[in-house]
Design a protein around this ligand. Structure first.
Ligand SMILES: C[S@@+](CC[C@H](N)C(=O)[O-])C[C@H]1O[C@@H](n2cnc3c(N)ncnc32)[C@H](O)[C@@H]1O
Length: 312
């Protein structure tokens, strides 16, 4: 069921539950993605052991077998999650995950392979940046701090107002897929779009807007899901979104255009809008260390890529 999204202060807060996932099928996710789901609960939900993540998975299984509405299912999952001691420390877990994601952006950008990254004005460090879809600006703030940027040179943008912003960044509201007028043509060294494109109804329009805002040779860092890494990945990603927003954090589900695409499809779109691929970091999820592959926490099949605006 879909409802109009009330863009306004406080609209992220439960119990104004809004479910944006008309085809969400918990039963399918539970049975097809058992390992992935349990690892997701453990790594992202802050469960303190694999055993407690598995216990929660069994609660989900029992619930999925009942023919209840998505809204009701989510409400019960939230209540069940709150009964776990892990729920009291979810805020800390979220902060750690944000810090890790900011570090992964820095690592990707300054990894040995990309030692030739030179920002148009800033050189080794960007002179300024915009972070599109920054939510509460935690990642924007961590990056601004890492690069020593003054607040007016680190601007977080989002279609939803932030509730409590870090003091070392600026924030500006934007319309979906359109940068605000404050962000001038050819003005930015770096743009970041982290886990936003699958929420966008018009990724090409957003890319064009970013292309205009970047200086020639400016960089764009994107974090996204590789959505065809395995069959039924879209169902799993729907579940991930519902969990982050409603079950773990007790907030409204944010609008999700469910623009799920493969890594290759995304690269084609980025390049068609005038961006050159510089490098990507992507380690597929693996749940089976005995197979000789390191188990890793990338249950959402996230990739990070660095692109550069082609010089005219
Ligand atoms: C999953 S959150 C990602 C937050 C943050 N960038 C991160 O990596 O943790 C997606 C954010 O994108 C915003 N958003 C959704 N659609 C958007 C659009 N079309 N244009 C800009 N921002 C959008 C949402 O309000 C939300 O804050």
């Amino acid at each position: 069921m879909s409802h109009a999204y009330p863009y306004g202060l406080g609209c992220r807060i439960w119990p104004h539950a809004r479910i944006d996932y008309p085809d969400w099928n918990l039963q399918e996710v539970i049975t097809i993605h058992r390992d992935r789901l349990q690892n997701f609960l453990f790594h992202k939900g802050g469960f303190t052991s694999q055993a407690s993540a598995e216990r929660f998975w069994h609660i989900m299984l029992a619930l999925a077998e009942k023919p209840t509405s998505a809204e009701y299912t989510i409400q019960v999952l939230r209540e069940q999650y709150l009964a776990f001691p892990e729920a009291t420390t979810y805020g800390q877990r979220e902060a750690t995950l944000t810090g890790d994601a900011a570090q992964s952006i820095l690592d990707t950008l300054h990894g040995v392979d990309s030692s030739d990254v030179r920002f148009p004005i800033g050189g080794e460090k960007p002179a300024n940046l915009i972070d599109i879809g920054c939510a509460e600006g935690q990642k924007t703030s961590a990056l601004a701090e890492a690069w020593g940027l003054p607040h007016q040179h680190a601007i977080g943008l989002d279609i939803v107002p932030a509730n409590s912003l870090p003091t070392n960044i600026d924030f500006e509201i934007m319309l979906p897929d359109t940068l605000p007028e404050r962000i001038l043509y050819n003005s930015q060294d770096l743009a970041i779009v982290s886990m936003v494109f699958h929420h966008s109804t018009n990724p090409r329009a957003l890319l064009q807007s970013i292309h205009s805002a970047l200086r020639p040779g400016g960089y764009l860092i994107i974090r996204e899901h590789n959505a065809n890494a395995t069959p039924h990945m879209a169902s799993f990603l729907d579940t991930v979104h519902i969990f982050y927003d409603a079950v773990f954090a007790g907030k409204t589900c944010m609008p999700n255009a469910q623009t799920y695409k493969s890594f290759e499809e995304w690269q084609d779109i980025f390049q068609s809008q005038g961006f050159e691929h510089i490098k990507s970091d992507y380690t597929p999820f693996s749940a089976n260390p005995r197979a000789g592959v390191q188990a890793n926490a990338n249950t959402g099949e996230n990739f990070t890529c660095v692109l550069r605006k082609n010089k005219p």
